[in-house]
Design a protein around this ligand. Structure first.
Ligand code: UDP
Length: 396
């Protein structure tokens, strides 16, 4: 039996653990791949990190980089600085990253060491160059040797930028796998959590409240947007339960304005509690990429509070209303709430995936470890003509 191939997976924030939970488990079980799980340290408190490892049954990271900082520049440069010697020592066949955060800028350390880079959740584009996330995801996609994209439309976006079609593998959306495994397959457990006491303790009524999150820098870093968000949710016809990120709490305190009386602000909560609250809400107000997908799969309507999105599928499915808090005059509160109310009680097909994305990724990583390797850049980079076909060596 050949030695398993060493790969490193580098993650750093709450939704990374959620999205990659099944990949992590399957990589640990793989006889062909030897995983080193590295945590950047971008999120580090129990309620943003460890509780998710416990609830999702994910083994703790093998390496904790402990990269913290006050600014994005400090965090991302610390990730690069601390990851470099770890990768240099490990010398993995590939370094795998997910998403579009400061942690994925750690891929520069892999690039400097010429270690092949794999990007999960690649080729998403909002086409809004004001968003640092758009710059991050474009950067890592162009550094990557292998990209796992959720849908064909994302692959086409990558090809349109000149990325090698052979390096982009379409796998569907990981969040469907996660909800099938941790929610739908354990429905009885969630029904048992959702007792009258559960809702009473939180001051909400089963099915009669809204859930809310807001953490995106375009909303939180801009007082006018945060005020517009509060005006919107303040006009909702029910209590708005708001587990708020610490940064959002700091910004709200700095603004000094009173919260609307129907908003109940709490610290960030664990996944089981959040899933229970999502599933029983009348609707969800959020600027999170993951939450709009989760609500689409759970059958709960949402309002996506951001100017542009790299996740248009939830609007296509008619599960979500989008509004830009920075332009409240274009999105009057009554209109947004009316459109949300019209979604309540409707059903839709989410078309986000079949629950096999994690399998596809782990199988493809194992196949590359066995056969091709991870370096897909042997051929010409002139792939803009998508009608051309390529042989095994990447040549026409
Ligand atoms: N979430 C959670 N507790 C909370 C808020 C969110 O478990 O208090 C989960 C949520 O279900 C989703 C993920 O965290 O899976 C979203 O994280 P976030 O909004 O920070 O990131 P984004 O999706 O925008 O990348």
């Amino acid at each position: 039996m050949p030695q398993p191939t060493r790969i490193a997976l580098v993650l750093g924030i709450r939704p990374d653990v959620i999205r990659a939970s099944l990949i992590l488990r399957k990589l640990r079980e793989s006889a062909e791949l030897d995983l080193t799980f590295i945590w950047s340290g971008q999120h580090y408190s129990d309620n943003l990190k460890d509780i998710f490892f416990r609830e999702l049954g994910v083994a703790a990271p093998d390496v904790e980089l402990g990269a913290h900082g006050e600014t994005d520049a400090e965090v991302s440069s610390e990730v690069i600085r601390r990851l470099y010697p770890v990768l240099s020592e490990l010398d993995p066949a590939a370094a795998v990253f997910l998403g579009d955060t400061n942690t994925v800028l750690g891929s520069l350390a892999a690039a400097q060491l010429n270690i092949p880079i794999v990007h999960i959740e690649g080729c998403m584009r909002s086409y809004d160059w004001r968003m640092p996330e758009e710059k991050y995801r474009t950067t890592i996609d162009h550094l990557s040797d292998v990209i796992y994209a959720y849908f064909d439309e994302y692959k086409l976006q990558g090809i349109a930028e000149g990325l090698n079609p052979e390096s982009i593998v379409v796998v569907q959306n990981l969040i469907v796998d996660v909800l099938q495994e941790y929610y739908f397959a354990r429905k009885a457990k969630y029904d048992a959590i959702a007792t009258p006491a559960f809702f009473n303790e939180r001051g909400i009524e089963n099915g009669g409240y809204y859930l809310m999150t807001a953490h995106r820098r375009e909303n939180v870093g801009n007082g006018r947007s945060l005020e517009a968000i509060m005006q919107l949710v303040g006009a909702a016809d029910g209590t708005v339960y708001f587990p708020a990120s610490y940064r959002t709490q700091r910004e709200l305190a700095r603004l000094g304005s009173e919260l609307p009386t129907n908003v109940r602000l709490v610290d960030p909560i664990g996944y089981e509690e959040f899933l229970t609250l999502m599933a029983h809400a009348r609707g969800v107000f959020t600027d999170s990429g993951t939450v709009v997908e989760e609500t689409a799969v759970l059958g709960v309507p949402s309002v996506q509070m951001r100017r542009s999105t790299e996740r248009p599928q939830v609007s296509d499915a008619r599960s979500s209303v989008k509004c830009d808090p920075a332009a409240p005059e274009s999105y009057p509160v009554e209109k947004v709430l009316d459109r949300l109310a019209r979604l309540v009680g409707t059903t839709w097909e989410h078309r986000l995936g079949d629950g096999r994305a994690s399998d596809r990724i782990v199988e493809d990583l194992a196949r590359r470890a066995r056969d091709d390797g991870f370096d897909t850049h042997r051929s010409s980079r002139m792939h803009l003509d998508t009608s051309r076909s390529y042989g095994e060596d990447g040549l026409e």
